[in-house]
Write a protein that binds this ligand. Structure first.
Ligand SMILES: *Cc1c(COP(=O)(O)O)cnc(C)c1O
Length: 400
């Protein structure tokens, strides 16, 4: 009897053709291939020289990243965006693609924690000077600009105090001084804020948050108005290895299909929750850009044009004991330092995002032990409001 095992072993390592038919899949395929085979050296030449389209190696680009990037491009209103392995990778690619030793960067003084760290510790080690500035104050930003300032990095709505940056003033300044304006549009999303219309040169996202929307993919996005700048950023991302996983891109694309629905639902609930919290005994103040008592209400109305987002912050009358009681009384709302999930999440900046600050520094930012940030999700609004009522009542019972 012939032994067929050797033949089978020889065959098993060969790739097989994908079964094609006259029908096609409705869902986007997930393509994990790291490498792409070319038809011939001539064909590969044509690809490298831009005469033919084709992928070569996934770190340089792959179809699932491109499908997702084209979708986010539509939301931001500019073609040519790049999806990266995280929001921080997008910011890193901007810095590595554009800055050199001797440059200066100024950033908002309430940036996302890791962005803050990049500016505070990591860029200075590369010989890049940095500073922080109050983005609500155009004069302060003007004073922060130096002859060697290359870039301003800011977020439209700050975390967690939900202050609104003076984008009009800062964009005017940036244009006049030839400084690149980089807007992190994660919080506001393109549904809330059209950054390129307001003078952004570069827009970045943590796609991890609202765009993907289910806390199951870590991704970023970056796009620059100037094509040569975008190419420099793309090359930096490929060289430093900031490439996203095809699976993450695939699942984020699926999440993105419902982004407008999720955003609208969460935003409507956020507005209702803000008003509800403001009506409860034991709540000292509520911060929501759509409320008449918000310190930047007029600016928010201009920039966000009625789209005030899904984030609400509030401060309890009590301190840590009240904060513990509130979290324990609302077990259905995850106490987790993220935002943009399909479900509502609650974060406590004093023990998470802003724990590195001293109590005095937190107080200066208006962030006490009783301060919470809520990322409102898509659950049934009445029920969510009732859960917050229970949480605030428990906090009031716990005292200071
Ligand atoms: C989460 C976040 C980031 C970082 O994004 P990752 O995907 O976690 O790397 C940057 N900016 C803002 C405003 C964020 O919320």
């Amino acid at each position: 009897m012939a032994d067929r095992r050797n033949d089978a072993d020889a065959e098993i390592v060969r790739r097989v053709e994908w079964p094609e038919g006259v029908s096609r899949p409705v869902a986007t395929p997930m393509q994990p291939s790291v490498v792409y085979a070319a038809e011939s050296p001539d064909a590969l030449d044509a690809q490298y020289e831009g005469r033919a389209e084709g992928y070569t190696y996934a770190r340089e680009g792959h179809p699932n990243a491109d499908v997702l990037a084209r979708k986010i491009d539509q939301l931001e209103g500019l073609p040519g965006g790049l999806v990266t392995g995280s929001g921080m990778a997008a910011i890193g690619a901007v810095f590595l693609g554009m800055l050199k030793s001797g440059d200066h960067v100024t950033g908002g003084d309430q940036l996302y924690g890791r962005s803050m760290r990049l500016l505070q510790d990591d860029l200075p080690r590369q010989g890049i000077a940095t500073s922080f500035v109050d983005c609500g104050d155009e004069d302060a930003v003007a004073a922060a600009l130096r002859p060697e300032t290359r870039m301003i990095l800011l977020e439209v709505v700050s975390n967690p105090t939900l202050r609104v940056a003076d984008i009009e003033g800062i964009a005017r300044l940036a244009r006049a001084r030839g400084v690149c304006l980089v807007i992190d549009n994660t919080f506001t999303t393109p549904r809330g804020f059209q950054a390129f219309d307001w003078g952004a040169d570069i827009v970045i996202h943590s796609v991890t948050k609202l765009l993907a929307g289910h806390s199951d993919a870590t991704l970023g996005y970056v796009n620059a108005r100037d094509a040569a700048t975008q190419e420099a950023i793309r090359v930096a991302a490929a060289t430093w290895g900031f490439t996203p996983s095809p699976f993450d891109c695939w699942i984020a694309e699926r999440g993105l299909y419902t982004f407008p629905l999720r955003y609208d639902r969460a935003e409507a609930t956020a507005a209702a929750l803000a008003d509800h919290l403001a009506s409860l005994d034991g709540v000292r103040r509520v911060l929501y850009p759509g409320r008449a008592d918000h310190p930047d209400q007029a600016r928010a109305a201009t920039l966000l044009r009625g789209r005030f987002g899904n984030m609400v912050s509030f401060e309890l009358d009590g301190g840590r004991a009240a904060a513990n009681a509130l979290v324990r009384a609302m077990p259905a709302v995850p106490f987790a330092p993220t935002l943009g999930d399909i479900g509502t999440t609650l974060s406590h900046p004093a023990t998470s995002s802003h724990r590195a600050l001293t109590p005095e520094q937190r107080a200066a930012l208006g962030m006490s032990e009783g301060f919470f940030r809520v990322s409102v999700g898509c659950e049934e609004p009445e029920r969510l409001l009732a859960e917050f009522s229970a949480g605030v009542a428990a906090a009031a019972g716990a005292g200071g």
